[in-house]
Design a protein around this ligand. Structure first.
Ligand code: FAD
Length: 550
């Protein structure tokens, strides 16, 4: 097979090298990594900062020696590739330790250079108290800042999953933490109402959240960084973590004239070959296919990077493996909650000009993570987006307690297999009280979706009733339940009394029926609809969500 040179030695690079060796004992494999470590757990870095992962060694998944000795890979850390000469099939490398440049030839080249955190030209950003969390040395620096008892306050700029995981871990270390986010919500891929559930929990954990307020400038005086926001407000901190997105490390590819997209992502074919058939690329640096809409996108996640690495190795070894695309299945713990998503959110559907009822439908349900009678059940809020005929699932988002990850994976798997609501409804899923309910939350979401498709029910929006809409809340909970909390204006008829008290309701009035989680409201809606009330909607997710959103 000849000589394969791999640029980048972490998720995609190291994985590709190991697989290639397993496939071909005779291959010459060179792995070049500009940093001091290969194959480390970037995903574990926030937990190292928070001392949940105590030893740095635990982050080093495969050590340099292992790859060298067990896999006979010529590993060279602190070696940065600076250019690619495609004609001569050579690369130029700088040995950073020896400060020496040298050339290396290749038969096949793999670009697995990943991505880097964005550091925009904001005034004052070059302070030595402003960090990004991307590598093991970054994590070490931040951990030592967090454990220094003189440091009491931190600001995290950016409310994406890495920013939130870092904020959680800094908080755990006893710091006062503020999160600054330019958008009007955290976790941008999530829809607004799902993000609001996370924001509520973040605040409950004592973190200050500044939304719709980007950073205008930084100013460092002695040990303090003053963060001025676009609103004019100023927050002070002992140090700042910047976590505002990533860009692909594709400069080498661009300079070598390989085809890249407008965001810098390297364009690859299904076999992960670049526009030069002797050069492959994998991981955060490539453009991928989004199977939901069949369009190109960039999704920097560890699972795809690892699977792509395997495909590249297989193909270099003579295989014909194809990468099918990235749906963006992801999960993150955000303080006490889990946030998981797959596919497209409603925001994305709307951006594409899609209209609810015409082009897509949705349900939001609130279900316990396992049988309510078994201790420890926690709510899972599931949002499912699908075509009006139910044949296609566009995406799902889940916020809640344990089991959010397995539910998002279940939905994502059905999506990957081309299934729709019928397939989701008919899934046979394992059940015992500590783990699930006999009607698994995934089945329940599909049941609700089927009811929408069959027009048995229609759901209100999370921010309904809107001011001056004339809609009225009909609360079908028991009076005792309303003692704890009730909407400001509502009519109350407990479900058990509804059939006998229909005459108290106005048939011309538009009602939004509310209960604790949505199940009784659905039953009430069915009663009302069958008794000639035409303007009935159910509030999705019940009082649990209504309280959070109003
Ligand atoms: P990387 O792992 O970034 O590796 C690329 C390597 O290439 C780098 O080490 C870089 O130094 C090297 N390199 C770049 N240019 C050169 C050059 N010119 N010469 C030599 N070497 C070079 N994903 C998830 O799915 N789940 C998570 O929970 C999750 N958490 C994360 C938490 C953090 C803090 C971070 C930083 C990332 C997280 N990710 C997570 C993302 C995930 O780590 C990446 O998607 C994955 O590592 C991408 O793999 P990669 O091999 O493409 O890039």
């Amino acid at each position: 097979m000849g000589k394969t040179v791999i640029i980048g030695g972490v998720a995609a690079g190291a994985g590709c090298a190991a697989r290639l060796r397993r496939l071909d004992e005779g291959a010459e494999i060179v792995l070049l990594e500009r940093g001091p470590y290969i194959s480390y757990a970037n995903c574990g870095l926030p937990y190292y900062v928070g001392n949940v992962i105590q030893s740095k060694d635990a982050l080093l998944v495969t050590k340099e020696e292992t790859l060298r000795e067990r896999f006979r890979v010529d590993v060279r850390t602190r070696n940065e590739v600076t250019s690619i000469d495609r004609k001569q099939k050579k690369i130029l490398v700088t040995d950073l330790a020896a400060n020496r440049a040298y050339e290396e030839s290749y038969d096949k080249l793999v670009i697995a250079t990943g991505s880097s955190p964005v550091r925009p030209r904001i005034p004052g950003i070059d302070s030595d108290r402003i960090f990004t969390l991307w590598t093991v040395p970054d994590a070490e620096k931040i951990r030592s800042m967090a454990s220094d008892s003189q440091n009491k306050k931190a600001v995290v700029v950016g409310g994406g999953f890495i920013g939130l995981e870092t904020a959680e871990n800094l908080r755990k270390e006893g710091l006062q933490v503020s999160i600054v986010e330019a958008l009007d919500q955290v976790m941008a891929p999530f829809d607004r109402e799902m993000a609001m559930l996370l924001e509520e929990n973040i605040r409950e954990n004592g973190v200050e959240l500044y939304l719709s307020d980007g950073v205008a400038s930084f100013r460092t005086e002695d040990r303090t960084v003053f963060v001025r926001l676009s609103s004019g407000r100023e927050i002070s901190a002992d140090f700042v973590i910047l976590s505002i997105g990533v860009r692909p490390n594709s400069q080498l590819a661009v300079q070598a004239g390989l085809k890249c997209n407008e965001r810098g992502g390297i364009c690859v074919d299904e076999q992960l070959r670049t526009s030069d058939p002797d050069i492959y690329a994998a991981g955060d640096v490539i453009e991928v296919n989004d199977p939901v809409f069949g369009e190109k996108t960039m999704i920097p996640l560890a699972g795809p990077a690892n699977r792509q690495a395997r495909i590249v190795a297989d193909n270099i070894a003579g295989g014909q493996e194809r990468y099918r695309g990235t749906q963006g299945a992801s999960v993150a713990r955000v303080f006490d909650l889990t946030a998981a998503s797959v596919g497209a959110g409603e925001k994305k559907l709307i951006r594409r000009g899609m209209v609810r009822g015409r082009d897509y439908e949705k349900v939001v349900i609130s279900q316990n993570s396992h049988a309510g009678y078994y201790p420890g059940a926690l709510p899972l809020i599931i949002k499912l987006l699908f075509s009006p005929d139910g044949k296609k699932i566009f995406g799902a988002q889940i916020v809640g307690g344990d089991g959010a990850d397995k539910r998002i994976d279940t939905i994502g798997t059905v999506m990957q297999m081309g299934g729709g609501i019928a397939e989701l409804k008919n899934l046979e899923l394992a059940y015992a009280p500590p783990y699930s309910s006999a009607k698994d939350p995934v089945n329940m979401a599909a049941f609700a979706a089927e009811n929408v498709i069959r027009k048995l029910v229609s759901f209100a929006e999370w921010d309904d009733p809107k001011p001056d809409s004339g809609e009225m809340i009909l609360d079908v909970r028991e009076e005792a339940e309303r003692l704890a909390w009730a909407p400001k204006e509502s009519v109350n008829i407990p479900l058990g009394q509804l059939r006998g008290r229909l005459e108290e309701l106005d048939r011309k009035q538009h009602y939004i029926v509310l209960c604790a989680v949505g199940v009784r409201a659905y039953t009430a809606a069915r009663i009302l609809l069958q008794h000639g009330f035409d303007h009935i909607k159910v509030y999705p997710g019940g009082a649990r969500l209504y309280r959070s959103f109003h």
